[in-house]
Design a binder for this molecule. Sequence first.
Ligand SMILES: *[C@@H]1O[C@H](CO)[C@@H](O)[C@H](O)[C@H]1NC(C)=O
Ligand SMILES: *[C@@H]1O[C@H](CO)[C@@H](O)[C@H](O)[C@H]1NC(C)=O
Ligand SMILES: *[C@@H]1O[C@H](CO)[C@@H](O)[C@H](O)[C@H]1NC(C)=O
Ligand SMILES: *[C@@H]1O[C@H](CO)[C@@H](O)[C@H](O)[C@H]1NC(C)=O
Ligand SMILES: *[C@@H]1O[C@H](CO)[C@@H](O)[C@H](O)[C@H]1NC(C)=O
Ligand SMILES: CC(=O)N[C@H]1CO[C@H](CO)[C@@H](O)[C@@H]1O
Length: 830
Amino acid sequence: MATTRCCCVLVLGFAALLFVSLASATEVSYDGRGIKIDGERKLILSGAIHYPRSTPEMWTSLFKKAKEGGLNAIETYVFWNAHEPLPRQYDFSGNLDLVRFIKTIHDEGLFAILRIGPYVCAEWNYGGFPVWLHNIQNITFRTNNEAYKNEMKIFTTLIVDMMRHENLFASQGGPIILAQIENEYGNIMWKYGQDGKDYVQWCADLAQSFNIGVPWIMCQQGDAPQPMINTCNGFYCDQFSPNNENSPKIWTENWSGWFKDWGSQDPHRTAQDLAFAVGRFFQLGGSLMNYYMYHGGTNFGHTAGGPYITTSYDYDAPLDEYGIPHQPKWGHLKNLHVLLRAVEKTLLYGYRRDIDYGNWMSATVYSYEGKCVAFLGNSNRKLDITVDFQGKNYTVPKWSVTVLPDCYTEVYNTAKVNSQTSILVKRPNQADDGREPYKLKWVWRKERIEDIKKNGLVPDSVLTTNKLLDQLSVTNDTSDYLWYMTRFDLQPGDPFCGKVVTLHVHTYGHVLHAFVNSKFIGTQFAKDGKYEFVFEKNVQLKQGTNDISLVSATVGLPNYGAYFEDVKTGIHGPVQLIDYAANITKDLSSNEWIYKVGIEGIRMQLNLVHTPHQHYWHAEALPTNRPFVWYKTTFPSPLGTDPVVVDLLGLGKGEAWVNGKSIGRYWPSLYAGKDGCPYKCDYNQSYSGSQCQTNCGQSTQRCYHIPREFLNNRENVLVLFEEFGGTPDVVSVQTITVGSVCANANDGTNLELSCQGGRVFSDIKFASFGEPQGTCGSFKRGSCEAPWALSFIKNRCLGREKCVIPVSEYWLGPTGCHAAEYRLAVEAVC
Ligand SMILES: *[C@@H]1O[C@H](CO)[C@@H](O)[C@H](O)[C@H]1NC(C)=O
Ligand SMILES: *[C@@H]1O[C@H](CO)[C@@H](O)[C@H](O)[C@H]1NC(C)=O
Ligand SMILES: *[C@@H]1O[C@H](CO)[C@@H](O)[C@H](O)[C@H]1NC(C)=O
Ligand SMILES: *[C@@H]1O[C@H](CO)[C@@H](O)[C@H](O)[C@H]1NC(C)=O
Ligand SMILES: *[C@@H]1O[C@H](CO)[C@@H](O)[C@H](O)[C@H]1NC(C)=O
Ligand SMILES: CC(=O)N[C@H]1CO[C@H](CO)[C@@H](O)[C@@H]1O
């Protein structure tokens, strides 16, 4: 007996112990209807936010806005090349602190989805691969290649171990509920034949071997081996089905907008179309959806991929580059998220019934435990359709979804936007005394033009060969810049002596500058997506020694496609001197070429705050339109908390640093094409990049984000390396905030209005409830309106940062109109 009793105590004690250690653990499982958290199916609404594209100081506020926007999960990739810049030398500091990022997600009560890859695409330099990988003998990326698999295994193991060590997987009580291996491999797998298939199996086996206790996903991988869950990426995923009936329907990337290239217009995806895509996905059985991106952010330093991805990675996402809600998109989606989460149980457990009305019109009804939710989905692009649903008529606008959370009341329609539009304004930086806008004072110095010295050498050169080499194979991408230098003699009597001939250079880009005998000859860059081009300029040669220095500059490395590691950059030749008139060509391609990586100013640390060479800067005769110049200035930190940008209009192309931190490449002199911006943007169409563009004929990107975290209380140092030539005369530091808000909300909704950065409403410029006309900035009263709307709204909103207005006759007064539907138009000043 005694023994037995003792045993009982032991068992109880052990159970208690087990209970304690597992108390915080979350069990993540799934079936064909959804992801299950501790056995309960859960609707997961997630948003992609990439940690290196913002700063730790921004993370908390981004997550809070995501949560307020109705999301319950944050997804990120892991950026291998940022973490392992040199083999086995790791960096997880500052905005690369992945553990802190995931812990901050947890602190906000959100789930995390970790897409390890380690290939990420993401418009990120080299798709996230460290460029040194490229130098490993016999390596081929993303296929059944031992050298590659070895490196992939080392890095993914490191990340998994790091997460496990910090207890960040849900199975350990952490927030990570899903992990991803590889990324969109299905799009290119066929190019690798059987090796591609073997590689997918190897990836699945590797993932399984980690035993992380949460499910693994593989996006765009129709043949994902079990138990990998294959998932969908795209603008629409309503028609997607996973390859196993026990896998839930997961949309890993809902493209909330699109990225931008240097020289292109700004792409936009309308709030209505994005909400439509989400509505359709959940109408047709979706269980997890992730916006790609929810906050795009900034490509600091040289992290932009491409070639030619801009420094801004705004993505037209629900939170803009600076983290300000992008309205009405953010609010319109929030209203949908709140509604979907309120009916999650019925959606994920309910019995589903579909009704096809023809004409691309359908209804889907979910019923569970006496509750009922209906979606009325109209995929017709041209026709608004009225259907009789359970004895009541509903008109569903073209290309929209109506949600009836009780199968009766229309609470949401994706085409009816009832959230505010925010008009952003830029304000000049005020000096400490708060009076005058701060006028910047500049100093400058020349960048060295490299050439071969009298002794035939170049200090700090890395290589001398008799051939032209690919740029990456020489630089390992440690700099955007590579100097190719050669020298040749012209004997007296040579037909080229004293003659003007053509310098001909064939390059794979992306930018080429040429100097002959230390004189600047010209610059050319890739255009219209063609990175390979021929540079031809006339040059004057002299008797004796002639020097040619060519600088090739990259503007972001490729991030997408099969075998992109083989894409060429820089000067592969030929390099020739041609006398077209006399039909004589001198080929210099197999001359002796000396290579030098990077620019002297960086070696001298001119971009840093404390440099040993302060005294070389000049204050007089600020050069304009001169290539290869450094500019420097100081500015005080703008007061308040609004996001800070520097407007670099006037400059050509180069890179900017604030207090020694790179805020990215700049290129304000490159303008977007004049055409392709519609006067009006229809929401009723499948997204295509060109349909709703803005910024035609304008500088691709003139404002560059300076995160508050890069600033200090004292003086801030801004340094520019100007490669093309321009002027910093009109450069200014500014803050961005919401200047005014507008809304055009339907009867029966609650309209939320809010300012930004602690500002409050100071005036209501317009308010009319009834049948107002016009759009933001030009609203007009209709023939009838409610009498108290303006005073009610003033009462509710003035002096407040946020207010909610119930849009109904009860609150705003009888309209006296006899219309079927009323609307409230408001314009308020922050
Ligand atoms: C690279 O491939 C060649 C030819 O297949 C082989 O001889 C060589 O041993 C390989 N090198 C390495 C480091 O695997
Ligand atoms: C719905 O509309 C149809 C066609 O306009 C009409 O005949 C019918 O009476 C309406 N039903 C209800 C319940 O209003
Ligand atoms: C590039 O990497 C190779 C080895 O992978 C190394 O030998 C070479 O010195 C590196 N070059 C530069 C410029 O870092
Ligand atoms: C130029 O020279 C090449 C060979 O030297 C010859 O084939 C070609 O016909 C010449 N072209 C003209 C226009 O004379
Ligand atoms: C969207 O609606 C407008 C107005 O009805 C129509 O002219 C246009 O053709 C529609 N767009 C598409 C892609 O069908
Ligand atoms: C990365 C990727 O697959 N992008 C594709 C997304 O879809 C659009 C339109 O369907 C394509 O144009 C992109 O290439």
